[in-house]
Design a protein around this ligand. Structure first.
Ligand SMILES: [Mg+2]
Length: 398
């Protein structure tokens, strides 16, 4: 089998990758909905792919891996990797999980991710209301993650929250950074306690916290919520769109508290998890298959983390329906350090009409059943999907 073409079309807000072969089979991958601008970066990879056998996934990846970087720049390489696995599975007539070693679980636990109502404010009553709504959702999540502090506009909404000025930035605009006031820290703790009071011990609570905390505040906060038995505190120090790892500082935080510390969604490649994992700098890692370099990269990090007593909870909020498929296939193969994946959704909702292969509903009692159809196991309904192709992309499925 040989790759004859690489195409990329914007469907909704997601650049969709299609690898075309000489055997009439195509592989598909999806870039996050938050990266509609990424198409040209995908197409930059085309000359390195033409003529290659897509079923030798790693051999092809060696040709393009040096064209990625920390989020957002690893997304193009990652989407191509997922399309290669889709092709390799279809060519072999096997689900991707079998090519990665086979599934060790028949269903994978997921947490809310893209399934959430907006938080209407950033006071304890708003957090209680959010938790109440999450608890009532039909997906039956056993884990819910809630954004707090610098991962929200609490910096603007709560007076004297921190010793800094809330700044609306050009990219990833609401993320600020600075030292919290005593009032600010107490406010975050009160919000978390309000959410926890609703969820009780029935639903595990994780927090998306930053990035933006200074180490001293992070330690104070992690200790202040120790009694709440949280699943993890995510991205206190670094995180989304931060182009470094900071493992030594994370290690100091993690060693200072019994509350589990989590990071990694923006990191590209296994090598950049080395210091976090070998240094026991965090308790949980959360690479995104759509940013880290693909699903084999994610699988490798999960295995290596397990060797070091570190848990795995993959990121994925914006990865769309093709992203769910990729996350399910790889998560089914992970060792027992797997907690749950952050579940993407189809956005806009018409995405559910243009892709076939999912159960309806996809999520039952907080789990997704792992399917065994070839490749990633889902397919575009080309007739329906073609209606959503924008000008210039008309020949995407041709
Ligand atoms: Mg996050």
């Amino acid at each position: 089998m040989k790759i004859t073409d690489l195409k990329c079309a914007l469907i909704g807000d997601s650049p969709i990758v299609r690898i075309v072969t000489d055997e009439g089979v195509s592989g598909y991958g999806q870039v996050e909905t938050y990266k509609p601008y990424l198409g040209p970066i995908v197409m930059m990879l085309k000359p390195a792919l033409i003529g290659q056998d897509p079923t030798h996934v790693e051999r092809v990846m060696r040709r393009i891996r040096n064209r990625g970087g920390f989020k957002p720049w690893g997304a193009a390489v990652s989407a191509v990797e997922m399309a290669l696995w889709d092709l390799a599975g279809k060519a072999a007539g096997l689900p991707v999980h079998k090519l990665l070693g086979g599934k060790v679980r028949d269903k994978v636990r997921v947490y809310n991710g893209a399934y959430r109502d907006p938080i209407t404010g950033h006071n304890p009553e708003d957090y209680a209301a959010f938790a109440t709504a999450m608890k009532a959702r039909p997906e039956g999540f056993s884990i819910v993650k809630i954004p707090v502090a610098f991962h929200t506009t609490m910096t603007a909404d709560v007076p004297d929250f921190f010793y800094g000025e809330h700044e609306q930035r050009a990219f990833h605009s609401h993320i600020n950074r600075g030292l919290l006031t005593e009032k600010g820290l107490d406010h975050v703790v009160a919000c978390v306690e309000a959410a926890k009071a609703v969820l009780g011990d029935e639903i595990g609570l994780a927090l998306d916290c930053g990035p933006g905390w200074h180490l001293t505040d992070a330690i104070r906060f992690a200790r202040a919520v120790e009694h709440l038995h949280l699943l993890w505190l995510e991205d206190l120090l670094t995180g989304d769109y931060v182009h470094w790892v900071n493992a030594d500082v994370y290690r100091e935080l993690t060693a200072s508290t019994s509350t589990p510390i989590h990071t990694g969604e923006q990191i590209y490649l296994r090598q950049n998890f080395k210091s976090l994992i070998e240094g026991h700098a965090v308790n949980v890692v959360g690479p995104d298959p759509g940013d880290v370099g693909g699903i084999a990269e994610l699988k490798w990090i999960a295995e290596y983390a397990d060797l070091h007593g570190i848990l795995m909870a993959p990121h994925g909020t914006g990865n769309g329906l093709l992203g769910i498929a990729a996350l399910v296939q790889v998560s089914a193969t992970m060792p027992d350090n797997y907690i749950a994946l952050e579940c993407p959704a189809g956005k806009p909702a018409w995405w559910y009409d243009i892709v076939e292969g999912f159960d309806d509903p996809i999520i039952v009692d907080g789990f997704i059943d792992v399917w065994d159809r070839p490749g990633m196991g889902i397919e575009f309904n080309i007739e329906k999907a073609s209606q959503y192709l924008v000008a210039g992309d008309e020949d995407f499925f041709a």
